[in-house]
Every structure is written in C-alpha cells, then in structure tokens.
Ligand binder design. Structure first.
Ligand SMILES: Cc1ncc(COP(=O)(O)O)c(C=O)c1O
Length: 402
C-alpha cells in the first residue's frame, strides 16, 4: 500500500504519551494499549485511560497557551505515540461565537456557540477521524470501513486520503448529496444503502472479515472519542479554565457528549479545573429521539427508534451503542434530554442567521431550538451561561428557500 507523506508532523518531536491501558466502559475490564481493539469482550465501548499524574507533571496551562496546531496541541491527553502517524489538514481551535442579539431577545445573559464548522471537511468529525486514522497507522491498519450519516464519512475519506489508507463508507441513500460527493472525491469507496445508519453498520460488521476491514464505527473503535474529547479540552481553555453552566449537544451516537464528559474528569485530575461541571443536555429530533425517551422513562439503555426521520441528518441515529454512557453523563451532570421537531429546527436556523449572522447546520439549530424551549419551560434560567454545539458548517446542507 503506497503511503503518501504529505502533511505529516515531521517537524515536531515524538509525542510524549501517557496511555496506560484501555478499559471496558461497562465492566471496567482492562485491555493492553498498543494493540488493535474493537469492542470489549462484553460488546461495549473501550475507553482509553492515562497516567494523569504524569500528564499533570508534563504539561501546564502556560505550555498549552503557547502552542498551536489546533486540537493536536493537547497531545499529552491523546493516545498517539509517533508523530509520523499524524496527518494534518489544517486543524484549528474552533471559535466560540456569542449570540448577542438572540440572547438579548430572550433576556438571557450569555449564549455562545462553539462553531465546529471551521474544521477540515467542515465538521467536528475531523477531530475523531484524525485520531482514528493516526491510530490506525500506528497499529498497522490499512483499510477501514464505516457507516455514516455523511460528515463522519467525509472526514474519514479525507484523512485516509492524506494518510494513504483505503476507506469504505456506507451511508443511507438519502444522505445529503454534498457528503456523498465529498466522500467519493477523496477517493473512498462509497455505497448508498436503502436503510438507516444502523443498517449501514450491520453491512460493515458483516463484511469485516471477508473484506479485511477495520470497523471504524463510532465507539466500536476506541480512538474517535479521544478526538471528540478535545472539544471539552478546548472549551475549558477558551473559557479561561472554567466551564459554562449548561451545554446543549446535538446527540446521535453521542460520542461528543461522552467524550467531553470524559475530558472534564481528566482536566480535574490534572488540576486544570475544579469539580464544577456543566449540566449536559442531549438534544435530539422528535422524529428520532431514543435517548430522550429513555431519559424520560428513567431507563439505562435506549430502545431502537422505529421509522427514524429528521432533516438533521447527523442526529438520525435510531440506536446508539454508547446509549448508557450518554444517559449516565446526562444524569451525573444533572442535565436532561430534550427533543425538538423539524419545524422548530428550521425556524431556529433562520432566527440565528438573521439575529446574529451565524449560519448553523440543522443539528446545531436543534440545540438553539432546544435551548429556547428549555428556557420557556424553566429548565434553564436566563442567568445561566450556555454553550450550544454547532457541529458542522451550515453550508453543507440544503438551505431553506429565500
Ligand atoms: C453535524 C452533526 N451534529 C451532530 C452529530 C451527532 O454527533 P455524535 O455522534 O457525537 O452524537 C453529527 C453526527 O453525524 C453531525 O454530523
């Protein structure tokens, strides 16, 4: 397999890493680092564990403040051991944009958006897939396959192209066209499936042995979550090592929410933040809200949501393997789960663009609609500082007519 070297981090020394082992998120069983893993023996996601005392001694807030390189600056909190395995496509620290006019209109004190649409391939999926691809190289994987609602496939295709790896991507037939073209343009094999993302996931699982694929499905490989975790690290640093009162997160597979929750524990362990935590709010679409239903029922796991539909493609996930981790983080944080319908999503998209000049993606607009609904219901108060996650560029989606 030819391996193109453009964009590798040749200019920095080897990454110091502090990974000690991996751990089953359900049973706590330990697994060795530096070996290729999928799910644990219990069929649950594996989480990477670090020598956080070592991290604490190795890195300070001042050191971090002086670094660039986007999320790679948090390398002590990441699992990659050899810098030559990293490919860079111009990762940036994503801005926090104040929605001043929208906040004023509702009497809220501070409403912010972390705008992930500025990352390579126009979405936060760059974080997870950059890590997955670097670790694939580190562990000798040459061919990865993945189900996707679009954005993750685009990120896998782009990072795989830069890393010289082969990628096979399966997406629902009604995935936004721009994503499908983007994946194909980067040279990945893209298959349109008559079904939803869980049907695509089944095809990947079935073809794994036959095709020699490594299954890079979210939370079925242990490193995408480590990339998504950097959203939490970044947010804390940007807010002066404090956290907002509430985070609204558009929840599909939930990797970002689970990853941020993990990052806050790691930041506290290295004394970068105190024990205060934001309330984590899982936002879903009312046409696909398995986590909301499980949260309302007090369940630990979510049942598959039948006939899932919403214009917010990224959160159309009828069943999530990390359901119990999402629900656990939401409950531990004192947060909640909330669903909004597609009309509210479209209204929110228009409102924020007009009020504040920020074009959200539908999933990001869902968080704004959810925040407004929660404010009206008294589940958040106007004096609470709030961060909404806009996980992709609004330009990647069909826009409402003028
Ligand atoms: C734009 C956007 N927002 C939110 C999500 C959901 O992310 P997660 O898998 O972390 O729940 C996705 C996933 O595809 C997405 O593309």
């Amino acid at each position: 397999m030819p391996c193109r070297r453009t964009g590798t981090l040749r200019d920095v020394s080897e990454f110091p890493t502090y990974v000690t082992h991996l751990e089953c998120s359900a049973t706590g069983e330990r697994y060795p680092a530096d070996v290729l893993h999928g799910l644990s023996r219990a069929g649950k996601p594996l989480l990477v564990r670090y020598d956080l005392e070592g991290v604490r001694r190795a890195v300070s807030k001042e050191t971090l403040a002086g670094r660039d390189g986007g999320f790679w600056k948090y390398r002590e909190f990441l699992p990659v051991r050899r810098s030559s395995n990293v490919v860079r496509l111009g990762e940036v620290i994503t801005p926090i944009v104040d929605l001043r006019a929208s906040a004023r209109q509702t009497g809220a004190k501070r409403l912010m958006v972390k705008d992930e649409g500025r990352l390579p391939t126009g979405s936060f999926k760059a974080r997870g897939l950059a890590l997955a691809v670097a670790m694939a190289r580190e562990l000798g994987v040459t061919r990865m396959a993945m189900p996707t609602n679009g954005n993750a496939g685009a990120a896998l295709a782009a990072y795989s192209a830069a890393a010289g790896l082969e990628a096979d991507v399966f997406c629902p037939a009604d995935t936004p066209d721009i994503n499908v073209r983007e994946i194909a343009l980067a040279g990945a094999n893209v298959t349109l499936v008559d079904g939803l993302i869980n049907d695509c996931g089944r095809l990947v699982a079935e073809g794994r042995k036959r095709m020699g694929w490594f299954d890079a499905s979210t939370l079925k490989e242990p490193y995408r979550i480590e990339g998504k975790k950097t959203m939490g690290l970044e947010l804390a640093e940007q807010l002066g090592w404090t956290l907002p009162d509430v985070i609204f997160y558009p929840t599909g597979g939930g990797t970002g929410l689970i990853g941020m929750w993990k990052s806050f524990a790691e930041l506290e362990a290295v004394d970068f933040i105190d024990s205060r935590r934001p309330r984590m709010v899982a936002v879903q679409a009312s046409g696909c809200a398995p986590i909301v239903r499980a949260w309302e029922r007090g369940d630990d796991h979510a049942e598959l949501w039948p006939d899932a539909h919403t214009i917010a493609a990224g959160i159309r996930v009828p069943a999530a393997i990390g359901d119990f981790l999402i629900l656990r983080a939401v409950r531990e944080s004192g947060g909640f789960a909330i669903a909004v319908d597609d009309d509210a999503i479209t209204e929110a998209l228009v409102e924020v663009a007009r009020n504040d000049g920020l074009l959200l993606c539908p999933e990001g607009a869902a968080t704004y609609a959810a925040w407004k609904a929660a404010l009206a219901a008294g589940d958040v108060t106007p004096d609470e500082s709030v961060v909404l996650f806009n996980c992709a560029s609004g330009l990647k989606y069909p826009l409402p007519p003028p």
